[in-house]
Write a protein that binds this ligand. Structure first.
Ligand code: NAI
Ligand code: MG
Length: 379
């Protein structure tokens, strides 16, 4: 099976960690056709837009996309957040954040839940205005039946697919009576279609507290946009922090997987960035592509590296970004029964753009896509 993947390296450590993910993916016995899309501040300086339409077309035309990170530049008037724009333009309505104990002294064991965050509406709908000469600022919180139903269904489907028995619906319907009242009512309706799964409800402030007190009680959390943003950043600190936290943004006809961290300009070029977050994101992408065996093997190999101290400095190890990736590939090769592909020169390439021109890459079809032929290829 050959998959077409759109790579979005971005800024700072983004290209470095995407490079690691490509090397690991190429080691698996699967075929990859990588295309590259521009995103972020460097892309803005090159083309005048942090997210050109051409990039959106490339993501739409791919089976999935893998995104590094972008830098937010200071105060440029016509600049917009390419991450928020990408989620809205592609209607990537489900943000999935697995929260899973890693085998490391800094992380408690026994935690394995997924936060399912609505990604397109709520307080991030982008409807804001100033009144009274700028002395009164208003943001509208939009919750729709359609938006609520599809995210809640996603959460229950995920529970079913992963053999989990409960879903926590997180809201603040005691105060936000209309918006969260609707979200809660839709949850109760949807839950009827999943009789084998228990629906629990919890107020968001209680949830923030319970996540600290007893995180092991959760299996799936589903919530609205802002609450999910905050709770998922809180939760990722139990399990190793930004160096390992991954997420997926999933819509009906596109999906983008990414590490949770930003472009970490303080680490760019130092070899200290932990590649694990992006490798876990690549594993989520494999799950999405129905390659769950490979996804599980990849997760196991990263965890083996972490457990044996073969990691970057943020987890107490002394390996570089690239060395940790090599260890993950070596572990995959030891653990996996199948014969893996030989990985060659991606490790030495300074950038994916350079490596794309490198004819010594055997397992990657070096085939770029223009907007025109992408349109033709779309069915
Ligand atoms: P950040 O996530 O880049 O860094 C926060 C801290 O975590 C830093 O100390 C950094 O060294 C560390 N860190 C991040 N990734 C790491 C990794 N892979 N391994 C080890 N340590 C890691 O967030 P920060 O510093 O607030 O923002 C830097 C830039 O990234 C800003 O321009 C911000 O706007 C942007 N950003 C982009 C995001 C995205 O592309 N999705 C998300 C968050 C921030
Ligand atoms: Mg966030």
């Amino acid at each position: 099976m050959t998959y077409r993947i759109c790579l979005l390296p971005g800024d700072g450590i983004g290209p470095e960690v995407i490079d690691c993910a490509v090397r690991v993916l190429c080691a698996l016995p699967l075929g990859w056709n990588f295309i590259e899309g521009g995103i972020g501040y460097a892309e803005y300086q090159r083309s005048g837009s942090p997210l050109p339409d051409e990039t959106l077309l490339k993501i739409r035309g791919a089976d999935a996309a893998l995104f590094g990170a972008v830098t937010t530049p200071p105060n440029i008037p016509n600049y917009f957040s390419p991450v928020v724009r990408m989620r809205q333009s592609l209607d990537l309505y489900a943000n999935l954040r697995p929260i899973r104990s890693i085998p490391h002294s800094s992380a408690p064991s026994g935690i394995d839940f997924i936060i399912v965050r609505e990604n397109t509406e709520g307080l991030y709908s982008g409807i804001e205005r100033l009144e009274e000469d700028g002395n009164r600022a208003i943001t509208e919180r939009v919750i729709t039946r359609k938006g609520s139903e599809r995210i809640i269904r996603k959460a229950f489907d995920l529970a079913r697919q992963t053999g989990r028995k409960s879903v926590h619906v997180i809201h603040k319907a005691n105060v936000l009576r209309q918006t969260d009242g609707l979200f809660r009512a839709v949850a109760i309706e949807v839950a009827r279609d999943y009789p084998e799964i228990t629906m629990n409800e919890m107020l968001v402030d209680t949830c923030a507290m319970e996540l600290v007190r007893a995180p092991g009680q959760f299996e799936i959390i589903v919530t609205t946009n802002l609450f999910g943003d905050i709770l998922s950043d809180e939760a990722c600190m139990f399990v190793g922090g930004l160096g390992v936290a991954a997420s997926g943004n999933i819509g009906s006809d596109a999906a983008v997987f990414e590490p949770v961290h930003g472009s970490a300009p303080n680490l760019a070029g130092t070899g200290k960035a932990n590649p694990s977050a992006t490798l876990f994101a690549a594993a989520m992408m494999l799950d999405y592509l129905n390659e769950s065996n490979h996804a599980n093997h990849l997760r196991q190999s990263i965890e083996t590296c972490i457990a044996s101290g073969k990691s970057t400095p943020d987890l107490g190890g002394n390996l570089t970004t690239s060395q940790m990736t090599n260890e993950a590939i070596a572990t995959l090769q030891t653990n996996d029964n199948v014969t893996l592909n030989e990985v060659t020169s991606y490790s030495n390439s300074k950038s994916l753009a350079a490596s794309r021109r490198d004819s010594s890459l055997p397992s990657v079809v070096q085939n770029d896509i223009t907007s025109n032929n992408l349109e033709r290829n779309k069915s």
